[in-house]
Design a protein around this ligand. Structure first.
Ligand code: FAD
Length: 425
């Protein structure tokens, strides 16, 4: 059930009636305009913060299934031993203090005609504007034998939390001399450089703790984000550990797994026995986005100037679920899109000023201690897509000093984005 006790309910019920929402079997009065957000991650939590801050008179409800959110960003650093699990895990108390109504429940459906969201715990929540930022779901079955049950043995760790802990525990438990296999996903997927930062962090762990071990990456793609930078770093630091195998050598990457024997089978028929297998499946929009009718194919098309759904009225879709052409699926992108969505919602519901849409993204990756690299761009809303206005990338052969500064920049970014998402401080 939604977490609303009797006293809170009575308080809500006593408020001046302007709009009426249904909630469980109750109906309660609401304020001027109702903004409901599904998904309390990089996109959704930021929207909740900025809508409430800009227009405290609006009713802002955030529906998030988990009580605590572990960031995928910096979860690779946890695997490498550079962060604790606690330091990448956050709660929603800052948003509650700000006046956001946080409901920890699973949204199971959206009735876009009645403008209501149904909850697994029972009841519905009514909206005037709905924001969807549910992240990704997986396309199970593209690798034979890899399903949710198999992921309990061969973790993907592509949604942070218990899966990340499982992968770390398996690395800690494996023998020195074992083989770690990674299967990165096909495009498009959340965090383009993520698998390669992960490879670097796993290799760092193996080099320092289990130096006789190997990491084999069976990639379904012939090239990847920041490829020259990662390959330079791997050559310098992990040449005895990492083997990256392109798809023309392996017959297209991993095609089948057998968790009972920890065997990974590539397209050329070769079998590899893994001590640890990190299988990252192909991805698509979060399930609720499809249930709301916002998907076309795997992802949600949007209007670039507001991230309003191109398919459903009064619904916005941002973050990984949206397809914003040139913008990569990253926490930075989702946070940047969230400011534009919040501004659009506040302009519509509270008649405040609308600003032109501008977006930014930077993806930092850590290759080895103090060795950070980055790629990024600025964007504007074009007629039918988000367009790049300028871009940058770290160079190969940079000095230690530049790389250290880049890493330190990423620490500042992490502190900043999590404060912005969860209204800390
Ligand atoms: C290993 C890894 C490393 C990464 N590193 C970086 C990085 O360094 N920098 C960077 O910018 N990005 C990074 N990313 C990408 C980043 O994590 C995502 O792009 C970002 O989290 C997307 O934000 P989102 O709001 O779309 O989804 P999420 O942050 O995943 O939030 C979605 C939320 O919605 C909730 N939810 C979903 N469906 C429902 C429902 N039906 N009802 C209730 N709640 C629901 C989920 O529980 C979740 O909390 C990384 C990703 C990975 C996997």
């Amino acid at each position: 059930m939604p977490k609303l006790n009797r006293r809170e309910f009575n308080k809500l019920a006593g408020a001046t009636a302007v709009g009426t929402a249904t909630f469980g079997s109750f109906a309660y009065a609401q304020g001027k305009g109702r903004c409901v957000i599904i998904g309390g991650g990089a996109g959704g939590a930021t929207v909740a913060h900025h809508v409430k801050k800009a227009a405290p008179e609006l009713d802002v409800t955030l529906i998030e299934v988990h009580k605590r959110y572990t960031t995928c960003f910096f979860s690779n650093l946890y695997l490498g031993g550079f962060r604790t699990f606690d330091s990448i895990t956050h709660d929603y108390s800052g948003l509650v203090r700000l006046g956001v109504n946080v409901i920890h429940d699973l949204a199971t459906g959206v009735d876009t005609a009645k403008k209501t969201v149904s909850l697994a715990g029972g009841g519905t929540v009514a909206y005037d504007k709905l924001v969807l930022s549910p992240g990704i779901s997986f396309k199970w079955g593209q690798i034979e034998g890899y399903d949710p049950k198999a992921s309990a043995v061969m973790p993907h760790a592509w949604q942070a939390g218990p899966q990340t802990r499982l992968l770390k525990a398996q690395l800690e438990a494996m023998p020195d001399g074992g083989v770690v296999v990674m299967s990165p996903p096909p495009n498009p997927y959340r965090c383009p450089p993520g698998p390669y930062e992960r490879a670097s962090m796993i290799a760092y762990y193996l080099k320092t703790k289990k130096p006789k071990s190997k990491l084999i990456i069976f990639d379904p793609k012939p090239k990847f984000s920041k490829m020259a930078l990662f390959q330079e770093g791997w050559e310098q630091h992990y040449s005895d550990i990492i083997e990256w195998v392109p798809p023309d050598i392996s017959g297209g990457g991993v095609k089948k797994v057998d968790p009972s024997t920890m065997t990974v089978i590539t397209g050329d028929g070769e079998k590899t026995k893994a001590a640890v297998a990190n299988i990252i499946p192909a991805q698509k929009a979060g399930t609720i986005a499809a249930l709301a009718g916002c998907t076309k194919g795997d992802w949600c098309p949007i209007k670039p100037d507001s991230f309003a759904s191109a398919l459903v009225n009064d619904v916005y879709v941002l973050g990984d679920s949206s397809i914003a052409t040139k913008m990569p699926k990253s926490g930075f992108s989702a946070n940047s899109q969230a400011k534009v969505v919040a501004n659009a919602v506040v302009a519509e519901l509270a008649q405040k000023k609308r600003f032109p849409a501008r977006f930014r993204n930077t993806c930092w990756s850590l290759i080895s201690p103090n060795n950070g690299v980055k790629v990024g761009a600025s964007y504007k809303a074009g007629a039918d897509k988000v367009e790049v206005t300028s871009k940058f990338i770290s160079k190969t052969g940079e000095s230690d000093d530049v790389r250290k500064k880049t890493y330190e920049e990423s620490l500042g970014w992490y502190a900043g984005i999590t404060a912005d998402m969860f209204a800390k401080g």
